[in-house]
Design a protein around this ligand. Sequence first.
Ligand code: GLY
Length: 565
Amino acid sequence: MQKLFLLSLLIFLVWACDNSSHAYKTHKHLVTDTAMVVSAHPYASKIGVKIMKQGGNAVDALVATNFALAVVYPRAGNLGGGGFMIIRTPEGEATTLDFRETAPAKAHKNLYLDKQGQVVKGLSRNGGLAVGVPGTVAGLYTAWQKYGRIKDWAVLLKPAIDLAEQGFPVSEAEAHRLNKYKNDFLKWNPDNKTFIKDRWLAGDYLVQPNLAKTLKIIAQKGPKGFYEGPVAQAIVKKVVKSGGIINMDDLKQYQTKFRKPIEVSYKNYKVISMPPPSSGGIALGQLLKIVARYPLKKWGFHSYKTSHLMVEAEKRVYADRAKYLGDSDFYPVPVDTLLSEAYLIKRMSDFSMKKATPSTDIFPGQFQFHKESFETTHISIVDSDRMAVSCTTTLNSNYGSKVIVDGYGFFLNNEMDDFSAKPGVPNQFGLIGAEANAIAPHKRMLSSMTPTIVTKDHEVFMVLGTPGGSTIITSVFQSILNVIDFDMNMYDAVQAKRFHHQFLPDYIMFEKNTFSHKVADQLKQAGHQLKQIKYIGIVKAILVKDGQLEGAGDTRNKDDDVEGY
Ligand code: GLY
């Protein structure tokens, strides 16, 4: 009996050791002097740091980290998606690069409506028709061409190629998702052997020979290897086979755009963020400018007054987002007005410290909120010359449209769902839109991605961003306030509990233990509805203070990792 017990114990110990041996070692908090990368995966963060140690700057590191994420973080890291980045040079010049997906030429306003004018469920979220023309490969190349220091582009892809070819042990979170979406993968890619198997376990090796082949083509030919030739043909073939409308010209004509950042002063700081087609910079700027008029620090962190004010500001800002924001190349977004003091004072004129303003009084509209899974990912980098890059990129949902390009091994986005399919009908994040964000050929869909850099006295102070769909903006907003108003270090600011209101649905989403019982009761008495959700945002941030870099990954994602030296 005793022997049997000892044998069982031995088997258990061997299993336990084996099972933990693939657990990644991650840093959620690190302080260094020279350079730093924070990303959603330790392999990717390490690659970014290695590139900087080899003489690369923050942009080189960003490119290599992003390609690595496309391999080790397939649910959001991507070749088949798009994103935005803010770059601030050591000389203090800031610019933004828009590599957001575009609507195909054959897209039109009623693309997702049936003959009765109703939105056909799922059409903008799964399969070929959900796919926007990808921007990531062009975006990374454009950034490197203008700002990179490493001469050989292929050097930046080599680590990702090695990971794709040799494979790597998947994390628990990735294994869980690969299992969760297996039926969707099967629906669109019945013959795929790379991502589909009976059951994924943490530590199983994901080997991606097809993706390695694609990366090698991009390494050799640059974006032409993706937007023209066999890879482009394979994209078009698979999209069309899956019900979509992207053609070869859509891919060939894809263009990235440098855009002037949204810059807003907040106390002694300058906040630099993304202009349309992201709503992030405008919404973040509006929120900061509204709360700047109130004594948050005196009121205290997560006090009734502070939380109520932030929520009431968020309702108004998200209502503005729904009505006025879209791709400014197609629609005259009133950027200056939305950010003007006079407008924001007027916007808050019906704000009462005692009671919640119902969203129906701010902007009419009723609907059901269908929350689906979504994934985006963010990278924050600072290099030894204090060049800073803040980059958020996405496939939209986990694994995007779930459509994999046959023979080339990468997922395509479902970013078309970020358009307003019909005025007032919510997308997967519960966000509504109007004419400003209606579908049109070549137009970019409105985003919430908010890559941000904060400066103080003309020096980089904070670099941050997060995934989280509609909650991206409020997660960045809270992380900034936590440092500037509530004196937290970067790590505490990132781990602090979060809440979120987006105008509709009319309730405060909050993480467990955000509010004390007393504050929760006060909020309810004021007329707010509260709804607990699992987590809000997964912020990745770097604080530059007293000559040091303090990096924070978010404990909400086990794989978040800070690396630096
Ligand atoms: N796809 C999420 C966003 O761009 O906001």
